[in-house]
Design a protein around this ligand. Structure first.
Ligand code: MG
Length: 443
């Protein structure tokens, strides 16, 4: 089992991901990327400047040429991999985690996030001792200040700005007191939108709302959309790779419906499979079926999506929490490009009307306590019912029925088996979760 790497990088509170560990990890990552050219970006968390210095020092000490992007959103840093052709990228951000958390996200030179499995090679280097560069071959850092602007220009090229300007959409943007404030407001203003801002002041304590854009955390956005008669609302997570929305009535639009709408827009222009995790709504399969395309399922975790997207065979990749990869622009989830493309579609018809194009599913989440190391064996005891239409075993077991499905999979972070069900019928979704929690031994 990975010692430091989680689903997406090395993550922990300041007591766990210390500056000492950040320095050692950066040295190991520098060696893993052949002591080459490494980009570094960071968010605004209170511990980010300290960890950032440790990361720069670690990379330099093993002889890397470091390009420091400064404070940027995660999609901006990842977009710069396409532009600057480094050997690797480290982003210091804990995304949607609480303020006392931080993480090192690691991306390779192709723009693919390093998974837990690939991270084990880096872990061996961390624990095995790392050779410093000779004193006269130590690396150096140069600052690169234009990343956010370049990212904005690249997104604007992907939408019909002139047409959007005529529509003059009204939008409410919830920037999470975080790095989305560096890019979201300017992007939407340049698309000719009338912009109302929430939580636009950058503050590492996240005073406005928790950084995870769950429905209960973005009530202010939903209310403001309604009160101001806006066309839609946008809320990013702490580092801007994920996005959820509000429709014109102020109804919450959950992440997998943001992905489904993005996929619908993409498949109208370009055919290809959709890549998504096994925990994503069936609505994504419905969209793919409508265009005669398939769905490729991956384990849960952004790195697996970018690995699959890098093969160049899919039209789009995305995850259930509102992270969407537009492969022509980068192999990273980009909450800003996603929001801009959806804004473009709203010039045609309102979001509510777009969302009526696919069915609504109720989803229910549950969990069953189980010790680490015993989860897989327990999951394998579950018999597959006769009315199952399809069984997918890439991460736990997902069983698809006609209008519903259930998945049970080991959690990577807690000693629990997660159970998740979805159905067009709310009662059925609840029953499925209860049934499988029972079968997995919940008392
Ligand atoms: Mg994120």
């Amino acid at each position: 089992m990975a010692k430091y790497f989680g689903t997406n990088g090395i993550r922990g509170t300041f007591e766990t991901l210390t500056p000492q560990l950040a320095l050692k990890a950066a040295q190991a990552i520098g060696v893993y990327f052949k002591r080459g050219k490494i980009l570094v970006g960071r968010d605004h968390r209170l511990t980010s400047p300290t960890l950032h210095k440790a990361v720069l020092s670690g990379l330099e000490s093993v002889g890397c040429e470091v390009v420091d992007l400064g404070m940027v959103s995660t999609p901006t840093a990842e977009f710069m991999v396409e532009e600057l052709h480094p050997d690797g990228l480290i982003i210091i951000t804990a995304s949607h985690n609480p303020p006392d958390w931080n993480a090192l996200k690691v991306i390779d030179g192709k723009g693919v996030a390093v998974s837990k499995e690939r991270g084990e090679e880096i872990e061996k280097l961390i624990d095995g001792g790392i050779g410093l560069a000779p004193w006269d071959k130590a690396g150096f850092t140069t600052d690169y200040c234009g990343a956010t602007q370049e990212h904005i220009e690249a997104i604007l090229k992907e939408v019909n700005v002139e047409k959007l300007k005529q529509k003059k959409l009204k939008v409410v943007l919830d920037c999470a007191n975080s790095v989305p404030a560096l890019i979201g407001p300017e992007l939407f203003e340049r698309m000719g939108c009338d912009v109302i801002l929430l939580n636009e002041g950058i503050d590492g304590r996240f005073p406005g709302r928790p950084s995870e854009p769950r429905e209960e955390n973005i009530q202010k956005l939903l209310e403001t959309v309604k009160e101001s008669n806006a066309d839609f609302g946008v809320a990013w997570d702490g580092d801007g790779d994920r996005v959820v929305m509000a429709d014109e009535k102020g109804n919450f639009v959950i992440g997998d419906r943001v992905f489904a709408l993005s996929a619908l827009l993409k498949l109208k222009e370009k055919k290809g499979a959709l890549v998504t995790t096994v925990a994503t709504s069936k609505v994504v399969e419905d969209v793919a079926n409508r265009f005669g395309q398939g769905v490729i399922y991956t384990p849960v975790g952004a790195p697996y999506l970018s690995e699959e997207a890098a093969k160049g065979k899919c039209a789009m990749a995305g995850e259930e929490v509102g992270g969407v990869i537009w492969p022509e622009v980068s192999l990273a989830k980009d909450g800003f490009l996603t929001a801009a493309k959806i804004a473009e579609a709203l010039g045609e018809k309102p979001m509510g009307a777009w969302l009526e194009e696919f069915p609504f599913y109720y989803n229910v989440k549950g969990k069953v306590p189980c010790e680490f190391g015993k989860m897989q064996a327990k999951i394998e005891t579950i018999l597959i019912p006769e009315d199952a239409e399809k069984v997918i075993r890439v991460d736990g077991v997902r069983i698809n029925f006609k209008d519903s499905w259930v998945i049970f999979r080991p959690s990577g972070t807690e000693p629990v088996i997660r159970v998740f069900a979805e159905s067009t019928d709310e009662k059925k979704a609840n029953e499925l979760v209860k049934e499988y929690e029972g079968k997995l031994g919940k008392e």
